[in-house]
Design a protein. Structure first.
Length: 414
């Protein structure tokens, strides 16, 4: 959905990683099942934009001309279009242990480059002439990658190769596809400060720009603007809140550093203002063994990070990990609290207020992929209805603020 009433008219969608499916046929069937119902509730008449999640297997399958042609026909029938891809999880994302495997293969592996290349080729084929699309991806890899300089060097090489491929795509077909690294707790790129440092120390050095110019067939002067045009950030509000960041300030810091934010994922995390034994027991219901739930505990000015809930539970039992907890668990954006537990919805609402004033990013994507594993008392209806409710919540918040300011301006004028 294009938010025509907002400055710069960003597009809003949801991420289809909520739907199970690894093969292209499974993913396509899930779209047929869910998209018409969601669209009927939030965009009955206008074309409906999709944030399409592709696995490595599905990206390779959909890259084939016959599969692409059939999908274009399906999109026309659904009155839908794709403007952003989630190429973060390579393998199975539902119904099995995901945890740290979600980062594999990471960007030190050529397999991650091949997957991203396939996904970018698919998106370029789906975009209109002169269109723009974003592909969100792993923020380098899981944190241990940072301890191996040789692995970091491979990450840089593969990112430069991916950006060079995107330059070639635009040169060939006129579609601008950008790769968006998604900072996440306990990853190589964990915070916005780490992300900016990585760009400065590894991607925007003279040596890296010379290598990129060689790969992309560009002059020395063309290299840096082209790299910045094709490689930037996907800012996930849940991830930022877990790191105690102010998303609006973080995105402004990226802008000042000349690093583009191509996509904002509108999401909320679990929050425990003051941890206790009773609340730790309540949190145990979220430890399903499927997804990694990184925890950042705040005691005064000090932040302590735990890679998963069991580690945080053990620390609490030792008398550590006191104070506030923020937990990487995407929860419904329309819920301010979850019984005795809180959420970081206030951080999301502040981001939506800022979006009323300026677009901040061309693509906005609601991303709550955890409906299947939430405790039963937090499941509010069918997944299609819940997705529509989240999109409606975001739209209402944006429009509510505009209408309220419009009413205030009318009163002031009177």
């Amino acid at each position: 959905m294009r938010l025509a009433e907002l400055p710069g008219a960003p597009e809003l969608t949801y991420c289809t990683n909520i739907h199970a499916g690894e093969t292209w046929d499974e993913i396509r069937a899930s779209l047929d099942e869910h998209v018409p119902r969601i669209k009927a509730k939030v965009s009955p008449d206008a074309p409906f934009g999709l944030g399409l999640r592709l696995s490595g297997m599905a990206a390779a399958e959909l890259r084939r001309p016959a599969a692409l042609a059939r999908f274009k026909d399906e999109l026309a029938r659904l009155n839908a279009h794709v403007f952003t891809l989630n190429a973060f999880p390579f393998g199975p994302f539902h119904g099995t242990r995901v945890k740290e495997q979600v980062y594999e293969p990471d960007w030190s592996s050529h397999a991650r480059f091949r997957f991203t290349r396939d996904a970018a080729d698919v998106l370029a084929a789906l975009l209109p002439e002169g269109g723009f699309g974003s592909v969100s991806t792993v923020p380098g890899g899981f944190k241990p990658v940072a301890r191996d300089p040789r692995a970091v060097a491979r990450v840089v090489e593969h990112l430069l190769r991916a950006a060079a491929h995107l330059v070639a795509l635009q040169r060939e077909n006129g579609r601008h596809v950008a790769l968006a690294l998604e900072p996440e707790p306990c990853c190589l790129l964990e915070t916005v400060d780490e992300t900016m440092a990585f760009f400065e120390r590894h991607l925007l050095t003279a040596a890296s720009l010379a290598r990129f110019a060689q790969l992309a067939g560009l002059s020395h002067g063309e290299a840096e603007p082209a790299l910045r045009r094709h490689l930037g950030v996907c800012y996930d509000v849940c991830h930022g809140a877990v790191e105690y960041e102010d998303p609006v300030a973080a995105i402004e810091s990226l802008r000042r550093a000349g690093i583009a934010t191509f996509k904002i994922q509108l999401s909320a995390a679990l929050r425990v203002p003051q941890v206790s034994g009773a609340l730790v027991s309540r949190l145990a219901a979220f430890d399903t063994g499927i997804y990694l739930h990184q925890v950042v505990a705040s005691a005064g000015e000090r932040l302590t990070r735990y890679a998963d809930l069991p580690e945080a539970f053990d620390a609490f039992r030792r008398g550590e990990a006191q104070g506030e907890w923020r937990i990487h668990c995407h929860v419904p954006v329309f819920l301010a609290e979850l019984g005795a537990l809180g959420t970081t919805q206030d951080t999301l609402l502040a981001t939506l207020r800022a979006l009323r004033e300026a677009p901040l990013a061309p693509h906005l994507e609601v991303e709550t992929y955890t409906w299947d594993v939430l405790p039963e008392d937090l499941k509010t209806g069918s997944k299609a209805d819940d997705i529509a409710r989240e999109l409606s919540f975001v739209l209402e918040e944006l429009r509510h603020e505009r209408h309220r300011d419009g009413a205030r301006a009318a009163r002031d004028a009177a």
